[in-house]
Design a binder for this molecule. Structure first.
Ligand code: ATR
Length: 281
């Protein structure tokens, strides 16, 4: 009879980063392993930048199913992968490496995670103009997801407009336009979905200071920051009676396809998982 402990046939995966001790991934994957009764292990692997490639090849050779990749390795993971999925290619970064048949497959699950979270909240990004704040790595994932979902009008607003222009050019999609910073009343006045991809609003950082008054009453405000769960932006949106989507869901949804690739089971992103993560956040 099984005592719940991993057997000699357990599938092994984990997360590589430097540092990695604050990663929530072991808690998240550990919850799913227990819930689904999977014979598996998910461990943290602290790997310094200089050792990344050696460590990855070693972990692959040791028979792991794969690893999640976090700061500072997402770009290097992109470079060493034998194959890349469409999201990883568009974003230029890999957050999941899958070891299969002697090959290293690079994936980016941030974009599908972003979209799955919005859809779970009943938000269709194709219904109207989307305004994206920021032009960093998280903005890339959001843009890729929005373009894939067929969003017809995506406005990019960034403190450094040059970075936004470069990003829009790279995507080469006519749905994306760069708008002045700070975001104008005119841009907000017909925005259906406002997304913050900057780090503003995170604990210890200044708030993203936007006057939300011009937003239409049906607008949705989404912040990908999840510490704190209710950022000043979301608090202001809620205060105006707008629908809000916090950043925890994206974290959970980006992990689900990685878990499936590592352990062969599609896990559920539901209220019980959310409650569990909130307890450990
Ligand atoms: P990530 O990969 O998490 O997206 P990043 O690449 O460092 O992080 O991007 C951070 C984003 O937050 C950028 O769009 C940045 O704007 P700049 O391109 O002008 O740097 C934005 N950001 C960070 N601090 C900001 C601040 N104080 N005011 C406005 N935007 C800020």
């Amino acid at each position: 009879m099984s005592d719940g402990a991993p057997t000699g046939a357990a599938r092994v995966a984990g997360v590589t980063g430097w540092p990695v001790e604050h990663s929530l991934s072991p808690r998240l994957h550990g919850f799913w392993l227990r819930r689904h009764g999977v014979d598996g292990v998910y461990a943290p692997f602290p790997v310094a930048a200089a050792a990344f490639e050696t460590a990855i090849r070693g972990l692959a050779a040791a028979g792991l199913s794969g690893v999640n990749v976090t700061v500072p390795h997402k770009r290097r993971a992109f470079e060493i992968a034998d194959e890349l999925d469409a999201a990883a290619r568009a974003i230029g970064a890999v957050n999941t490496l899958v070891f299969r048949d002697g090959r290293i497959l690079g994936r980016n699950t941030d974009a599908p995670g972003f979209m799955a979270n919005l859809r779970q909240h009943g938000v269709d990004p194709a219904v109207g103009p989307v305004t994206v704040m920021g032009a960093g790595g998280a903005a890339r994932a959001a843009l890729h997801a929005l373009v894939q979902a067929g969003a017809p009008d995506i406005r990019l607003v960034n403190r450094t407009p040059e970075s936004a222009r470069k990003l829009a050019e790279e995507f080469g999609n006519t749905a994306i336009t760069v708008q002045p910073y700070p975001v104008s009343q005119a841009v907000l006045s017909d925005t259906a979905l406002l997304v913050n991809t900057t780090s503003l609003g995170m604990t210890g950082q200044a708030a993203l200071d936007i006057d939300l008054t011009p937003l239409p009453a049906q607008a949705v405000v989404h912040d990908i920051v999840y510490v704190p769960l209710e950022t000043p932006l979301l608090a202001a949106a809620r205060g105006r009676g707008l629908k809000t989507v916090d950043g925890l869901g994206m974290l959970l949804h980006q992990a689900a396809p990685a878990f499936e690739a590592f352990y062969g089971v599609r896990p559920e992103v539901d209220a019980a998982l959310r409650r569990h993560l909130l307890e450990v956040l």
